[in-house]
Ligand binder design. Structure first.
Ligand SMILES: [Fe+2]
Ligand SMILES: [Fe+2]
Length: 232
């Protein structure tokens, strides 16, 4: 492994550490907000457990970042991501769909693809531990969406999906200006080449996320148009 590769692996794991810390804070906050308007929902308890999972993931990721040479930084600050135009309850639904139905579902797909590769044993252990939890975190989002859809029309989310998608992927992922070289050697350290990352993201969106949303009457056309504009 060259010095540059070590640095890239360390940066990727340090970035994931921040993402995990942010997810922990977001889930704790959403748990409190949901229990306010839906006190009988089982989702807040799941969210609190998920927040604990994310703290554990952050520790695992920070351990790898340190092993590749970058000590973990302090936890990131988490901010609500819903647009101001939405009312309080719709804003929570926006965040749950973005963070769980989209981000966690995409995360599971990425982890599953990585685990199909030949991975360094230390990295593989971390990926397996995280993947197991993220499956549950995705389901928790679909469960909240189902509860809300049973009470009111959630089709308004359709036009917000592109914004959620832009927020959930790293800005460079679909940029054709992205000059990140494809380095397949980094795969064994848990870093996917950008082209593979794009393919997984697109396929999961088309085959899992959009059909899932459509079950609740959320039109998938804006999401498909968003993707089309980026993969051509
Ligand atoms: Fe996580
Ligand atoms: Fe998660």
């Amino acid at each position: 492994m060259t010095g540059t590769q070590r640095r890239k692996a360390a940066d990727a794991w340090a970035f994931r550490t921040r993402v995990e810390h942010e997810a922990a804070a977001r889930f704790s906050r959403l748990a409190t907000e949901i229990s306010r308007f839906d006190p009988l929902s089982p989702v807040p308890a799941l969210m609190r457990r998920a927040a604990e999972d994310e703290h554990r993931h952050a520790t695992l990721c920070a351990g790898l970042a340190a092993a590749y040479g970058t000590p973990a930084t302090a936890s990131a600050n988490e901010v609500p991501i819903a647009p101001r135009a939405l009312g309080a309850r719709a804003a929570v639904l926006y965040e749950v769909v973005a963070a769980c139905c989209i981000t966690e579902t995409e995360s599971v797909a990425t982890l599953t693809s990585l685990l199909a590769e030949e991975i360094d044993p230390g990295v593989e252990k971390v990926l397996r531990a995280i993947a197991r939890d993220e499956v549950v975190h995705g389901r928790m989002g679909w469960a909240h969406l189902a509860r809300e859809a049973a009470r009111y029309d959630v089709s308004f989310l359709s036009s917000w999906i592109p914004e959620m998608l832009s927020g959930s992927v790293e800005e460079t992922l679909f940029s054709h200006l992205d000059a990140t070289p494809e380095d397949r050697d980094l795969l064994r350290h848990g870093v996917l080449p950008p082209s593979q990352k794009r393919t997984i993201f697109a396929r999961t969106l088309e085959e899992v996320v959009v059909p899932g949303l459509e079950q609740f009457g959320i039109d998938g056309s804006p999401a498909r148009a968003w993707l089309c504009a980026r993969i051509r």
